[in-house]
Design a protein around this ligand. Structure first.
Ligand SMILES: Nc1ncnc2c1ncn2[C@@H]1O[C@H](COP(=O)(O)OP(=O)(O)O)[C@@H](O)[C@H]1O
Ligand SMILES: [Mg+2]
Length: 306
């Protein structure tokens, strides 16, 4: 697998003139992707958004799944809200009009609903359809520190739009026997996007979700993931916690719903890890070596061989 996990490849770039754009750096764009459903993508997207907002980051959460779960979890009514990602994709609305405040007010949300499925179908014959989100984001990237895209459970044109727009991919995974299965399809999609339109795309991190430490198999799979992904695996592990499942029905992140819960605390910690990683990467891009040194998968393999 030749997808880089090297810090030089991801994270935000210093602009030539930092003063030009207020805070000096366009947002880092992170896609939360895994074509398996129910692995914790939306839960991660929403709570990472809230966690980074808590860390004083200006966050835009983009719901790119027709199920609209991130929209609901952000406190918006997906049946009522307009315009959404569907209008954006079809060129019927500009990105500014599609951005709404989340109910809690701590991050912004670009919502989605079932209309996105119809939009996706209508896009099939359009040239440059995989570039739409990337191009649209140019207009607002200076306003945010981070843009988080919640992908649908499929490797379709919506996910490809997210991968084309992103610098880093966060892959949530359950520690189950088959969790690595199907990952090669995601990796090969990432590779195709890298080879064609977005050479900067890389794995930002792999996240263990819904973790039940009492289960022996879970521990074994977790160990396998450590061996496989090395430092690209987030140290933070998200436990199975009912508060994380309850919060969306209140239109809130778990951080707003029950900040003291173990689930909310885990996402606060994960957000911290993401911000640290982003700082490492920014330092790396600015020419300084990354803190701690992050080896690539290929380097580690070479080390194991030799
Ligand atoms: N750590 C967790 N503990 C308990 N329930 C969780 C956890 N993470 C996600 N869930 C629940 O599992 C289901 C699937 O999670 P979700 O984030 O929607 O996955 P995806 O977006 O990958 O389909 C949802 O009902 C969600 O509330
Ligand atoms: Mg989802």
């Amino acid at each position: 697998m030749s997808i880089p996990m090297c810090p030089e490849q991801i994270g935000s770039r210093q602009t030539a003139n930092p003063k030009e754009h207020g805070h000096g750096r366009p947002a880092s764009v992170l896609a939360i992707a895994n074509q398996k459903g129910g692995v914790g993508k939306t839960t991660t997207a929403v709570n990472l958004a809230a966690g980074m907002a808590l860390g004083d980051k200006r966050v835009l959460l983009i719901d790119f799944d027709p199920q609209g779960n991130a929209t609901t979890a952000s406190g918006l009514d997906k049946r009522e809200i307009r315009p959404t990602a569907a209008e954006l994709l079809l060129g019927e609305a500009g990105i500014e009009a599609c951005i709404h405040a989340s109910h809690s007010g701590d991050f912004d949300i670009l919502p989605a609903n079932g209309d996105l499925t119809a939009a996706e179908v209508r896009l099939v014959s359009r040239i440059g359809r995989e570039m739409i989100l990337r191009n649209a984001l140019q207009a607002v990237r200076e306003r945010y520190d981070v843009v988080i895209i919640d992908c649908p459970p499929a490797l379709n044109i919506l996910t490809v739009n997210a991968l084309v727009a992103a610098r880093g991919v966060i892959v949530p995974m359950q520690c189950e026997y088959y969790s690595l299965e199907g990952l090669s399809a995601l990796m090969s999609t990432i590779e195709q996007v890298r080879d064609s339109v977005n050479s900067e795309l890389a794995i930002f991190g792999v996240l263990r979700t819904m973790y039940d430490g009492r289960n022996r198999l879970t521990q074994d799979v977790s160990q396998q993931l450590e061996t496989h992904f090395g430092r690209r695996l987030f140290q933070t592990i998200i436990p199975r916690n009912v508060r994380l499942a309850e919060a969306p029905s209140h239109g809130l992140s778990a951080l707003a719903y029950d900040p003291a819960s173990t689930g909310a605390q885990a996402y606060v910690q994960m957000a911290q890890e993401v911000m640290e990683r982003m700082m490492e990467l920014a330092a790396c891009v600015a020419g300084r070596p990354p803190l701690g040194g992050v080896s690539t998968l290929d380097e580690r393999k070479a080390g194991e061989r030799g």
